[in-house]
Structures are given as structure tokens and as C-alpha cells.
Design a binder for this molecule. Structure first.
Ligand code: FAD
Ligand code: HEM
Ligand code: HEM
Length: 386
């Protein structure tokens, strides 16, 4: 993959581009394998700066610190500079909630370069070393600039005001922030709960912002999940949460006059529910909107009643339930969301929102592309790779 020259020039990245290219080309020769590189990086980092250990999860082995893996992901995906700067600015802004300060970037950079040198052996030439030093300075500088440019708080304190276990493994949780929290329908936030300090997880408000100042989340406890199980089983009114700045822009899919296809799997329906609520309230509507809402079985389609009621009031909206396991009574469509949706056609002339688990997002985007949709019509949030 090559760097996009026009984008580089447009965003003032011209000077750094050759270094990014050299660094990117060196990845294979250095032999960076996350399984060995990540522990080596942390050992080096905490050797230089033991004080930084307190910023990370309590038990790094069982609670999987994400930083090391994320860093490997970033340094092995250095292409697409046009999207890089915006992404890094948001990441830097978000890092304020981890208590990361300007001075931490230098020691992390030092640890990264030493770990890379140890890993690379003979492939770590002077030229490669110089390229990585510039590359890290660029990544860190963009993140620090993003952090400085945000006048808002690093996080909001919030109190749980409602916790209802609507299924064995699904809870509807309402929280009220101490200070007003401004977000757009379809965005997500990260939260930290008292049950699992320092483990931040993404959750999507299931309602459009309103004057009550409350956020509502639908949380599904997943198999071995620490935070999600903690929230579903143990969150209580009165618990104090921290909420990170709002992120994502699924609302870019809403273009007046254009058709909108929204595909939500499981709790991935939450941002779609918020978008639909916002559209009903505020107008600026697409020509027509279709929601495909999928879950394992009929009972797990917890948001269906509400969505259906909205569609009865609004002729521009259709809601199509899809289940994976054949139901006892006929009714919903049966199959994988990706297959059912693309069975209706290519959807080439509309904007598409895809929201759900990592596996669902990957499968759905792949199926849409095979059916003829292009990537720039498709809107989705980043998701955890592991
Ligand atoms: C943008 C975004 C929005 C999100 N919105 C919501 C939401 O509104 N409601 C909600 O309940 N969750 C939502 N999630 C998922 C949530 O952030 C957590 O990833 C999830 O709750 C698991 O966290 P955990 O600590 O319980 O599990 P972890 O301890 O992080 O993971 C335990 C194991 O489960 C696997 N795993 C992680 N996530 C999933 C998954 N989704 N499906 C299957 N296996 C998985 C991991 O690979 C790991 O092996 C969202 C995620 C993203 C990226
Ligand atoms: C170029 C520099 C950096 C990059 C690209 C980077 C990238 C990332 C990413 C992508 C995440 C995961 C975010 C999430 O899951 O929500 C993360 C988490 C984190 N980062 Fe960074 N980061 C950088 C610098 C730093 C620095 C300087 C520190 C300070 C020590 C730091 C500390 C953390 C912490 C504490 C976490 C969360 C805890 C965890 O789960 O590991 N990062 N980083
Ligand atoms: C929590 C943070 C992140 C998550 C969960 C994440 C997730 C993903 C996933 C799932 C992909 C597609 C699959 C792959 O090629 O591996 C991807 C691709 C990519 N990511 Fe990230 N990412 C994160 C952070 C970043 C950051 C901080 C950057 C850059 C600064 C970045 C740059 C890229 C690029 C350029 C690609 C495209 C690579 C290609 O097409 O080959 N990512 N990311």
C-alpha cells in the first residue's frame, strides 16, 4: 500500500511522508509479532518509568491492557495519512481520561524505539531508526495537539440512576452526568465503572440527547467479558461512573433526500435507535429509511417494540426483524443479517450504517461490497480487533 501523495501535501504531511514510508516498509524486516513484542515493550516501558504502571489495568495479563496491541496496530498500519491526523487527534483527546500527560509521550517513544531495536536486530539500521524516531514524533505530536485543542473536560462524572435487567444477560442502565454532556445521536462514549477501575469500554447511548441530561445504555454480558458482566450483574443506582468524550459520526450517513439503510445486530441497535429518534424529532430526514434488526432469536430483539411503534407513526421508516434461529411461529426473516440484507439487492444508491459485534460488522461490510456497494457509502465505528 502506498501513501496518497495528494493527501500528504494537502495536510502538510509532506516532510514526514518519506519517514513514514521507510518505517512502514521496515515492518516486515523487523519481524514485529504482537505476542512477543507487546510484553517486551511493556517491560521496557515500566523499566524506564515504573510510575506509569499505575495508569494501566490492575492485572495486565487477565485484563488485557489494550495500549500495547493498539500501538502495534498503529505502527503496522501507517498508510492512509489523510485519515491519520483526524484519528490521532481524537485518540489524543481521548487519552486525557487515562491521565496521560505531555511528558509521558517521550518515555513511551523511548521504550518503543528500544523494543523495536531489540526485535529488529540487524534490520534496525540507522536509516530505519531515524525513520521511526520521526514517525513516533509525528504520532505523538498529532495526539498532543488533539489533546490541547479540546477545551472540554477529559471525562464527566456520572451517577447510575437506573438498572433494569430485562433479560438474564441484558441490562438497561441509565446514568446522569454531573455536568451537561453534549453528544450527537449515533455517537458512542467510553465508560469506566467502579467494578473494574481503569478498564474503559465503549457503549452507545440508545437514546437521542434530550433535556433530561440522562444517558441510556443497553449492555449485553458477553461470555468471558469482565466489564459487561460486571455492569449487567452488579451495577446499582448510586454507582459512580466516568464517561469519556463522545466519539464517532454515524450521523454522517443521514443525508436529506437520500435513502438510508441501517443494519443493527444485538446491542448494535442502540446508536440506530438514537438516530431514528433524532430523525423523528428533528427532521432533515432521508427520503426513506430501512432498519434491519438482527438477533439470535425472537426474544433477544429487545428494541423491536419501540422501533415498530416509531415506524407506525412515521411512513418514511420501515423496520425488518431478522433472527438466526428459526422461530416457533412464522414471522421474522431467518438467516445471518449480512445474507438477508444483501438478498434484497445491492443497496448501491443509499447511505448505509452498520453497527454490531466485530464479527457482524466484518461479515456485513464484506457481503455489501460483494453485492456492489462501495466503501464510502458505508458508515461504521471502529471496533476491537481481538
Ligand atoms: C463503538 C462501540 C460501541 C459499543 N456499544 C456497546 C453497547 O451499546 N452495548 C454493549 O453491550 N456493548 C457495546 N460495545 C462492546 C463493549 O465496548 C465491550 O467490548 C463489551 O462489552 C465487552 O467488554 P468486556 O470487558 O465485558 O469484555 P472483554 O474482557 O474486553 O472481552 C472478553 C472476551 O470477549 C471477546 N469479545 C469482546 N467483545 C465482544 C463482542 N462484542 N462479541 C463477542 N465477543 C466479544 C473478546 O475478544 C475477549 O475474548 C461497543 C463496542 C464498540 C467498539
Ligand atoms: C503514539 C502514541 C500512542 C498511541 C498511538 C496510542 C494508542 C492507544 C490506543 C489506540 C489505545 C486503546 C484505546 C481504547 O481501547 O479505547 C490506547 C490506550 C491506552 N494508552 Fe495509549 N497511545 C499512545 C501513547 C500513550 C502514552 C504516551 C501513554 C502514557 C503512558 C499511553 C497510555 C495508554 C493507556 C493507560 C491506555 C488505556 C489502558 C489500556 O487498556 O492499555 N498511551 N493507546
Ligand atoms: C482502538 C483503536 C483501534 C481499533 C480498534 C482499530 C481497528 C482496526 C480494524 C479492525 C481495522 C481493519 C483490519 C486490519 O487491517 O487490521 C483497522 C485498519 C486500519 N487502522 Fe485501525 N484501529 C485502531 C486504531 C488505529 C489508529 C490509532 C490508527 C492510526 C493512527 C489506525 C490506522 C488504521 C489504518 C491505516 C487501517 C487500514 C489498514 C489497511 O487497510 O491495511 N488504527 N483498524
Amino acid at each position: 500500500m502506498s501513501l496518497d501523495d495528494a493527501a500528504v501535501r494537502a495536510s502538510g504531511l509532506e516532510e514526514i511522508a518519506p519517514h513514514l514510508q521507510t518505517a512502514q516498509r521496515s515492518v516486515a524486516a523487523l519481524g514485529i509479532d504482537p505476542e512477543t513484542f507487546v510484553p517486551r515493550f511493556y517491560r521496557t516501558l515500566f523499566g524506564y518509568a515504573p510510575g506509569l504502571r499505575s495508569l494501566f489495568p490492575l492485572a495486565m495479563e487477565t485484563q488485557h491492557s489494550r495500549f500495547g496491541r493498539a500501538l502495534v496496530h498503529v505502527i503496522t498500519h501507517l498508510d492512509e495519512p489523510s485519515t491519520l491526523i483526524g484519528f490521532l487527534a481524537q485518540l489524543g483527546r481521548d487519552h486525557r481520561k487515562f491521565d496521560v500527560r505531555d511528558e509521558h509521550y517521550a518515555v513511551v517513544g523511548q521504550a518503543l524505539l528500544v523494543a523495536l531495536a531489540d526485535t529488529g536486530g540487524a534490520a534496525w539500521t540507522d536509516e530505519v531508526a531515524r525513520a521511526w524516531a520521526h514517525t513516533y514524533a509525528f504520532l505523538a505530536g498529532s495526539m498532543q495537539a488533539g489533546a490541547r485543542s479540546d477545551p472540554g473536560p477529559a471525562w464527566w462524572g456520572a451517577t447510575v440512576v437506573g438498572h433494569e435487567r430485562v433479560e438474564r444477560d441484558l441490562a438497561v442502565v441509565r446514568v446522569r452526568t454531573d455536568e451537561p454532556f453534549v453528544y450527537r445521536a449515533g455517537q458512542y462514549v467510553t465508560v469506566e465503572t467502579p467494578q473494574h477501575p481503569r478498564l474503559w469500554r465503549a457503549l452507545s447511548p440508545a437514546v437521542a440527547p434530550d433535556r433530561s441530561g440522562e444517558l441510556e445504555f443497553h449492555v449485553r454480558a458477553i461470555g468471558y467479558g469482565s466489564v459487561s458482566r460486571g455492569i449487567v450483574a452488579s451495577a446499582r443506582p448510586g454507582d459512580r461512573w466516568r464517561i469519556g468524550p463522545p466519539m464517532g459520526a454515524l450521523d454522517r450517513a443521514v443525508v436529506p433526500g437520500r435513502e438510508l439503510l441501517m443494519i443493527g445486530g444485538g446491542t448494535g441497535i442502540s446508536p440506530i435507535r438514537a438516530l431514528v429518534e433524532q430523525l423523528e424529532r428533528a427532521g432533515g430526514r432521508p427520503e426513506r429509511a430501512v432498519v434491519f434488526y438482527g438477533a439470535r432469536d425472537w426474544d433477544s430483539l429487545h428494541a423491536l417494540d419501540g422501533l415498530r411503534r416509531t415506524s407506525y407513526r412515521n411512513p418514511w421508516l420501515d423496520v425488518v426483524p431478522v433472527v438466526e434461529e428459526p422461530p416457533a411461529v412464522p414471522g421474522p426473516l431467518v438467516g445471518r443479517l449480512a445474507d438477508v440484507v444483501t438478498g434484497f439487492g445491492s443497496w448501491a444508491d443509499c447511505e448505509v450504517v452498520v453497527s454490531g459485534s466485530p464479527a457482524m460488522i466484518t461479515a456485513t461490510i464484506r457481503a455489501l461490497r460483494v453485492a456492489g456497494a462501495s466503501l464510502d457509502q458505508i458508515h461504521y465505528d471502529p471496533f476491537v480487533t481481538d
